[in-house]
Design a protein. Structure first.
Length: 339
């Protein structure tokens, strides 16, 4: 395709670039389910962070790489859902490939579906937008008031803890990782165990630590998911620190390092789900209590634990632009580059 149209949002500061494949006239992605379509996008012999290059991946690289994107870009291809029970399906992507879950992207998609009229919504009240993602069916409940969207709540697939206090050696010292699955696999490490604080000034060290932890846990059995390799392996490393509790529950700040050193500008939606499962197991998050989860940029999600490992994460998402990206056939840079 020489021109690709997108609608861009940010959720708590993290970008999300939406490509409606049907509206763009792109051919359907083969597969009976969104998970199968994700596997098709990755390609035989590829992985989530090392997809085989094909027509769909040319579009991904065009939109995420410079000069049209950047190393922190995130987005998704809107595809058909698994069945009529959902409003839409999505294949999530980032600079290195594809992911099985994305809370901030789910929240942005819910708001987009309402903003665009794809899902009718009242001027006042809540409307659920059901979305099939590679890890299962999730819901973005869009909150409306006075004729506008005021917030969105992401209900994830059930989260589960698979390992606690796994020793991990890094160049900053030995740390202990807690591993939880919440649509994707996350390893949580206390930043102070590595002599770090979660701040912008510490980002280079936090990113290096996150990459080292992810590599060290690559073959750990707790990162394996019973549904197979698509959902297995550490997707993100959450480096977190404690802040004073609020009257409603715990308060933490985190930075999530994922893919090959990519930084989540939001508190990380699916990562928040993983943190909720760990806090609940520790007895630090009881019924009716909320986690106030802060990002390295100062934006906030509010999370809560429901029954059966189900979590909810509330935040805001806003449209930032609409684009028609062009690729000149004579442009030697083609789909672009990453630095």
């Amino acid at each position: 395709m020489n021109t690709v149209r997108t609608v861009d949002y940010h959720t708590a500061g993290e970008p999300f670039r939406i490509v409606d494949t049907g509206a763009a006239g792109m051919p359907p992605v083969p597969g009976d389910t969104v998970a199968e379509r994700c596997a098709t996008a990755i390609g035989p012999g590829g992985s989530g962070t090392a997809p085989r290059r094909g027509p769909l991946d040319d579009v991904r690289r065009t939109l995420v790489q410079e000069p049209r994107g950047h190393a922190g870009m995130y987005g998704g291809f809107v595809v058909e859902p698994d069945d009529d029970g959902a409003h839409l399906g999505v294949l999530f992507w980032h600079k290195d490939g594809y992911s099985t879950a994305c809370g901030h992207g789910t929240m942005a998609l819910g708001v987009w579906a309402v903003d665009s009229g794809r899902v009718p919504a009242p001027d006042d009240g809540d409307v659920p937008v059901r979305i099939d993602v590679p890890s299962g069916r999730v819901t973005a409940t869009v909150h409306r008031g006075g004729g506008r969207t005021t917030g969105v709540t992401f209900r994830n697939v059930p989260a589960r803890v698979s390992a606690r206090k796994v020793p991990v050696a890094t160049s900053l010292g030995l740390a202990e990782a807690d591993i939880a699955h919440a649509g994707a696999c996350y390893a949580s490490v206390r930043a102070r165990d590595l002599g770090l604080e979660v701040s912008r000034a510490a980002l280079p060290d936090l990113v290096r630590a996150g990459q080292e932890i992810r590599a060290a846990l690559a073959t750990h059995p707790a990162t394996w998911h019973p549904d197979g390799p698509l959902l297995s392996g550490v997707y993100g490393v959450i480096l977190h620190e404690e802040l004073p509790d609020t009257p409603f529950g715990p308060h933490q700040r985190n930075v999530t390092v994922f893919a090959d050193g990519q930084i989540d500008r939001s508190p990380c939606g699916s990562g928040t789900s993983a943190r909720l499962a760990l806090l609940a197991e520790d007895g630090r998050l009881g019924p009716g209590e909320d986690l106030l989860h802060e990002s390295v940029t100062g934006t906030v999600f509010t999370g809560r634990m429901l029954e059966g490992g189900v979590t909810e994460v509330t935040g805001t998402a806003y449209r930032t632009g609409e684009h028609a990206f062009a690729v000149d056939p004579y442009d030697a840079l083609g789909t672009g580059f990453l630095l």
